[in-house]
Ligand binder design. Structure first.
Ligand code: DQA
Length: 164
């Protein structure tokens, strides 16, 4: 957690902690805007991250956004989340949702709340998209609301981590 000192009305120094929240995007999500816009929406990943950063400021949380097309890159970022003591994580592992034991195992290292997000309603799509290897590791899933799902996840997570 980010720690800053702030003087209160009484003149006393007090610590304000800004929870650290991470957003991890998996493969092909860097192609949002170009990639099947009827399924994933027209916004780019940069649009989504910028929107989340301004929401994070309003919510008083610090946000780190990361995307990789590589399974190992995603695993290492999750390790970093552990090492740097992030307070919560939003993750859309893309296609790795349905296949990656390595990402599942990495998430199991964390003891902070995780929210799984999918832009599309995976349950209306191919059968192989119905199974998520991380759904039982996550506190909850937000599925099918396109970019709005990330905002919903951020609001929920900001509340969850500020209560803990
Ligand atoms: C996705 C759904 C996955 O099945 C797909 O492979 C993706 C995106 C989504 O956000 O809807 O890459 O995670």
């Amino acid at each position: 957690m980010d720690k800053i000192n702030k003087k209160t009305l009484s003149g006393k120094e007090t610590d304000i902690r800004h929870p650290e929240i991470g957003v991890i995007h998996g493969p092909n999500l860097d192609m949002l805007g170009k990639r099947e816009p009827e399924i994933y929406g027209k916004e780019t990943l940069e649009d989504i991250n910028n929107l989340l950063k301004s929401r994070a400021e309003e919510l008083g949380v610090h946000l780190t956004c990361f995307q990789s097309n590589y399974e190992g890159g995603l695993v290492e970022k999750i390790h970093e989340a552990y090492e740097k003591k992030w307070d919560g994580l939003i993750i859309n592992p893309g296609a790795y949702t349905h296949t990656s034991v390595a990402i599942r195992d990495a998430l199991l290292i964390l003891s902070v709340p995780i929210i799984e997000v999918h832009l599309s309603n995976v349950h209306k799509r191919d059968d192989f998209r119905h199974r998520s290897l991380i759904s039982d590791v996550a506190a909850g899933q937000i599925i099918g609301f396109k970019s709005m799902g990330y905002e919903m996840a951020l609001s929920a997570l900001a509340k969850m981590v500020s209560r803990s």
